[in-house]
Design a protein around this ligand. Structure first.
Ligand code: AP5
Length: 215
């Protein structure tokens, strides 16, 4: 199955992607994770991406499209994949369509997770991530059983540099302007499934799987 997971920052894309990719046995392709890895490794891509990410802006389309194109050509994507956080602009969506045409495949479904703005602010400013294994927690909704250490690997938890109140406000504005138009884009193609994201994590997962026809 080839799926795009859409939704504003903090909608729960990463949280849902982790469960869905295990259930559906497909790779999880997150452009945000790819950029964060490049930043951590100090590569030229990471240094360029960091300038945009820290201010809540989008990394330029040509850079983002290039890394996704390379990733989709890899062996493990042959039988499906889940795209998380890509595409985020109409030019990215058009480029994705061209890439998939070259590969002779099509997107099956686009899942749009919908959550209201106040809830997004609370989710993002309260998010904590493990420095070692990348597990995601929330100080109120999903606290680690080990306080400020990861309950899975005992790594240190940190707040993403783009989860400050100021940057979050920018990210939400960028989403409204540049990414939200993709909802209509995919609706017109008959691919869109809207899922309410303001309930328990497990309920959201079940609703997505039901909508995909997998349960
Ligand atoms: P990216 O990493 O993709 O960030 P994002 O889209 O802003 O999404 P988030 O990762 O912040 O949120 P999420 O929806 O995954 O929520 P999560 O599951 O963590 O991108 C970061 C940056 O990289 C961008 O700003 C941009 O600069 C750049 N970038 C990335 N892709 C790009 C592209 N295609 N083009 C250009 N630039 C790009 O959940 C959030 C919190 O809520 C967690 O604490 C979680 O525990 C909690 N939570 C989740 N679900 C629930 C629930 N149901 N109830 C209660 N709490 C919940």
């Amino acid at each position: 199955m080839r799926i795009i997971l859409m939704g504003p920052p903090g909608a729960g894309k990463g949280t849902q992607a982790e469960v869905l990719t295990k259930r559906l046995n497909i790779p999880h392709i997150s452009t945000g994770d790819m950029f964060r890895k490049a930043v951590k490794e100090g590569t030229p891509l990471g240094m360029e991406a960091k300038r945009y990410m820290d201010s809540g802006r989008l990394v330029p389309d040509e850079v983002t499209v290039g890394i996704v194109k390379e990733r989709l050509a890899e062996e493990d994507c042959q039988n499906g994949f889940l795209l998380d956080g890509f595409p985020r602009t109409v030019p990215q969506a058009d480029a994705l369509e061209r890439t998939l045409q070259e590969l002779g495949v099509k997107i099956d479904r686009v899942i749009n997770i919908d959550v209201d703005k106040d809830a997004l602010l609370k989710r993002l400013t309260g998010r904590r991530v493990c420095k070692s294994c990348g597990a995601t927690f929330h100080i109120d909704y999903k606290p680690s059983r080990e306080g400020n250490k990861c309950e899975f690997c005992h790594g240190e938890l940190y707040q993403r540099s783009d989860d400050s109140e100021f940057t979050v406000a920018n990210r939400l504005a960028v989403y409204a302007e540049q990414t939200a138009p993709l909802i209509e884009y995919y609706e017109r193609k008959g691919l869109l499934l809207n899922i309410a994201g303001d309930t328990e994590v497990e309920t959201v997962t079940q609703n997505i799987l039901k909508a995909l026809g997998s349960v």
